[in-house]
Design a protein around this ligand. Structure first.
Ligand code: SAM
Length: 309
């Protein structure tokens, strides 16, 4: 089927965990294992042309290595010891774009199983604080293992509904960055694509409306933290209702934030459904050699900017 073919064609991405090692050391390790390093990719297209034991450094995320489809590292020492994290390129964009400075206080609102939390911790160099919330205890248990293996120490995990986290609690007074990656339909995940029956598709509309309502509440809640400067919103959904529409709604309700025009060289942009949607990113197997994904970065306007409006 189409989906299986698409999945088979996606490169294998491995994010170097800079809490434990360096990109150069990992490149050397793979060269010693018989892989051929082709340098840094100069375009997204190059990511789709890897074969056999060739690998590249990604053209956008510097600590991301790209291998040919079907390369399996699950048994590799570097994966088992948390030196590399097997994470799709699209899913490594939110923390990369949020880019909190060392020492920042960050919320990961829907954190489990923790891939993006570990990426945030690497960007923070394990300094500052990550408040990581999730509702699902099983996924939190998986997250504990993942974060331990990755050497993450700057986090505080809580089995808590993010909507119930009080923005004015003194504990969160210094939170300047929030990563919001809420539950979504998952329609962009390649091995789920095209697998829906017609019945499933018709019940989708209702489910989508419910998800979009939840996502809107979550994004508005994130923007209500008093010191927050930047919020990254992401989904692995292809549906405009869960993506551009959620961001548009949040910006309409909260005039103190604007969209940041992220990665101008990225050609697959948000659907042109409102002015500014072009600042957001989409990802897909055909255009970016990743799973389907959406990312928007919202930033608090400066005082001068607000007055000029
Ligand atoms: N960010 C995670 C990662 O990179 O590994 C993946 C997050 S997954 C897309 C969405 C998560 O949101 C699920 O683990 C789910 O349990 C959690 N969730 C759903 N509703 C929530 C809520 N109200 N508060 C906190 N977490 C919630």
């Amino acid at each position: 089927p189409v989906a299986k073919t698409a999945e088979a064609l996606l490169p294998r991405y491995a994010r170097v965990n800079t809490l434990k090692t360096s990109t150069d050391d990992v490149i050397d390790y793979f060269k010693r294992q018989g892989y051929t390093y082709l340098g840094q990719a100069s375009s997204v297209q190059e990511l789709g042309h890897l074969s056999g034991k060739q690998f590249l450094t990604d053209c956008h995320v510097p600590e991301l290595l790209v291998f040919s489809p079907r390369t399996d590292f699950h048994k590799d020492f570097l994966y088992r010891s948390g030196h590399i994290i097997l994470q799709d390129k699209a899913s490594s964009l939110p923390a990369f774009l949020l880019d909190p400075p060392s020492g920042s206080h960050v919320i990961d609102a829907c954190a489990a199983p923790g891939n993006k939390t570990s990426h945030l911790a690497a960007i923070l160099k394990n300094t500052g604080k990550i408040f990581a919330f999730d509702l699902d205890t099983k996924r939190l248990a998986t997250m504990s293992t993942l974060l331990l293996r990755a050497g993450v120490t700057c986090h505080e995990m809580a089995n808590q509904d993010f909507l119930q986290v009080e923005p004015c609690d003194p504990k969160y007074m210094n939170v300047t960055h929030i990563l919001l990656d809420p539950s979504c339909s998952g329609s962009g995940i390649v091995d789920r694509l095209n697998h829906l029956t017609n019945d499933e598709k018709s019940s989708c509309e209702e489910r989508l409306q419910a998800l979009a309502g939840f996502q809107q509440k979550m994004l508005s809640h994130a923007l209500s933290f008093p010191a927050v400067q930047r919020v990254v919103y992401s989904t692995c959904s292809l549906h405009q209702q869960e993506n551009e529409a959620v961001v548009k709604d949040a910006l309409e309700r909260n005039g103190t934030f604007r969209l940041v025009n992220v990665l101008p060289s990225w050609t697959h942009r948000g659907l042109d459904t409102f002015s500014g949607a072009v600042c957001t990113l989409r990802a897909s197997p055909a255009e970016t050699f990743t799973n389907g994904f959406f990312v928007a970065l919202l930033e608090r306007k400066s005082e001068g900017e607000e007055c000029r409006e």
